[in-house]
Design a protein around this ligand. Structure first.
Ligand code: B4P
Length: 191
């Protein structure tokens, strides 16, 4: 199986690049952000709870997202592989993902981190916020809170994969096409 973790701060382009990767490699896309937004749309209890945290730029609890990913892995037993987009976001989530995959005789192939500076992130997210209706993209203070959550809780996840020799980082600034080429070059070496 080809199991990719797309990593990077909010607005780094994880969701954007996932769309290209799904087509090229026929992988199942698992975005915890999309799964949570779907729960909000359906008006579930989980969605209502998650919305408060997401609108404030905070992470939702580990057990919530781990449970969602576990269900999706079970529902896609014959998949050629997965793109994990926006997950894992904490070391506890990374550990849980490793054991879920191990129980299915699988493992993460590689983590690919998109490097983008804070000014560019803020610019991209505010731009998306003008059209997306996403409350977490509309407010500069919330965007800065999301970047802080990333630096405090998510950045250490890179070390977790470095220790397994599975971490690669690429420049996430430039055209979407050129960044996609860089990702493909990593996959060609690691897969
Ligand atoms: P996510 O939905 O994961 O969203 P994201 O970090 O904002 O975005 P992404 O990096 O995918 O950006 P995109 O490609 O869209 O998370 C939202 C919230 O959900 C979190 O804050 C948290 O509350 C919660 N959550 C999700 N997963 C969780 C977890 N595992 N644990 C706990 N909580 C969790 O790109 C952004 C913009 O940039 C787009 O407008 C795009 O068009 C543009 N763009 C992309 N590439 C570009 C390029 N090369 N040049 C210029 N613009 C570009």
């Amino acid at each position: 199986m080809l199991n990719l973790v797309l990593f990077g701060p909010p607005g780094a382009g994880k969701g954007t690049q996932s769309q290209n990767l799904i087509e090229k490699y026929g992988l199942i896309h698992l975005s915890t952000g999309d799964l949570l937004r779907n729960e909000i749309l359906q008006g579930t209890a989980l969605g209502l709870e998650a919305k408060k945290l997401m609108d404030a730029g905070m992470l939702v609890p580990d057990e919530v997202v781990i449970g969602m990913i576990s269900n999706k892995l079970d529902a896609n037993k014959d998949a050629k592989g997965f793109i994990f987009d926006g997950f894992p976001r904490t070391v506890a989530q990374a550990e849980a993902l490793d054991s879920l995959l191990k129980s299915k005789n699988s493992a993460i192939t590689v983590m690919i981190a998109l490097e983008v500076n804070d000014d560019e992130l803020e610019h991209r997210l505010l731009l998306r916020g003008k059209g997306s209706g996403r409350a977490d993209d509309a407010n500069p203070e919330v965007i800065r809170k999301r970047i802080k959550e990333y630096n405090d809780k998510t950045a250490p996840v890179a070390g977790y994969y470095k220790a397994q020799n599975k971490f690669t980082s690429i420049n996430g600034i430039g055209s979407i096409h050129d960044i996609f080429d860089s990702i493909n070059a990593v996959i060609a070496v690691k897969a």
